[in-house]
Design a protein. Structure first.
Length: 104
């Protein structure tokens, strides 16, 4: 299913604490762009009746059933892309723009 790296989970938990949203789930959504690439969305939210619920690295995650096919097998990480600039990234083999991380 969907997984967080320890770095991503740590940052999500920090954001929830600083934003006053502790106790809420991390909601994930995705949409397919015209070129086939996937647009990822996330925010803190309550659990809804139809949601798929999972836990990764201590973070409660909810996904509406419609988004599961696009998010299945995805790993969310938190990385430094440029010196001092950290971002969440989504590693999804179903996304045509996906490139496996280089070792090292």
């Amino acid at each position: 299913m969907f997984k967080l790296t320890p770095a991503a989970a740590e940052q999500v938990l920090k954001a929830a604490k600083h934003g006053g949203t502790e106790g809420l789930c991390l909601r994930l959504a995705a949409g397919q762009n015209p070129d086939g690439s996937i647009d990822y969305r996330m925010g803190f939210d309550d659990l809804s009746e139809d949601d798929i619920r999972l836990n990764s690295e201590g973070v409660d995650i909810v996904i509406a059933p419609d988004y599961v096919p696009l998010l299945d097998q995805t790993v969310m990480d938190y990385v430094e892309l440029e010196p001092g600039q950290f971002h969440f990234i989504f590693l999804n083999p179903k996304d045509p723009t996906y490139r496996p991380p280089a070792d090292g």
